[in-house]
Design a protein around this ligand. Structure first.
Ligand SMILES: Nc1ncnc2c1ncn2[C@@H]1O[C@H](COP(=O)(O)OP(=O)(O)OP(=O)(O)O)[C@@H](O)[C@H]1O
Ligand SMILES: [Mg+2]
Length: 176
């Protein structure tokens, strides 16, 4: 069967990273039928960090450090393999048996970690750095590190650092 371009890209990321790092969601197998693609992956029964934060509002400092270590370790591996995630946020960090893992390569891109280049603005606005919000569209893979910082702030404080400032910023006529 013919798989749509974006799905194919995401599947290829999962495939390339298969079995490579404990903080990246593991896939086991991929099957295709006439109309569908089936991805068999490990099941993370404790759900995602967004769900955890919804229930608890915030987590302890020790637990937030675990989130940070896992995310940075997963991201370092992605960067070593020239992959920028572009959508680091609590909904894309899943948890199982005491281990946090990065998932969802729907917006990921292959790029050298030291390269700043012109790209489409994508991601989730509250986790985006100023260079993407300003819409100059020139950014580097360290946008993932910025998003991880916002996410860990949220884990500790129970809210995002600039939700309110961001909605004002969006209403600014200079922000197109
Ligand atoms: N292997 C897994 N085990 C448990 N839950 C999972 C697993 N994979 C995904 N999920 C859950 O499904 C949600 C969506 O997965 P994912 O982010 O990969 O898909 P998506 O299509 O990009 O969805 P979204 O638009 O919500 O980001 C995750 O936030 C998580 O709650
Ligand atoms: Mg997702």
């Amino acid at each position: 069967m013919k798989v749509a371009g974006s799905a194919k890209k995401e599947i290829n990321f999962y495939r390339a990273l298969q079995g490579k790092h404990p903080n990246l969601l593991e896939i086991y197998n991929i099957y295709t039928s006439k109309n569908n693609v089936y991805i068999v992956m490990e099941y993370c029964r404790d759900g995602d960090l967004r769900g955890i934060l919804k229930k608890k509002r915030r987590i302890s400092e020790d637990e937030a450090i675990k989130v940070l270590k896992a995310t940075i370790s997963g991201l370092a591996f992605l960067q070593e393999n020239k992959i920028m995630h572009r959508d680091i946020k609590p909904g894309n960090i899943i948890y199982d048996k005491g281990v946090y893992k990065i998932c969802d390569y729907g917006l990921s891109k292959v790029i050298d970690p030291n390269t700043v280049s012109t790209m489409t603005a994508c991601g989730t606005s509250v986790y985006m750095p100023p260079e993407i919000l300003r819409k100059d569209y020139r950014y580097a893979p360290n946008v993932d590190t910025f998003a991880a910082g916002v996410m860990v702030y949220e884990c500790l404080y129970g809210n995002r650092p600039w939700d309110r400032a961001l909605s004002k910023f969006r209403r600014d006529p200079g922000f197109n």
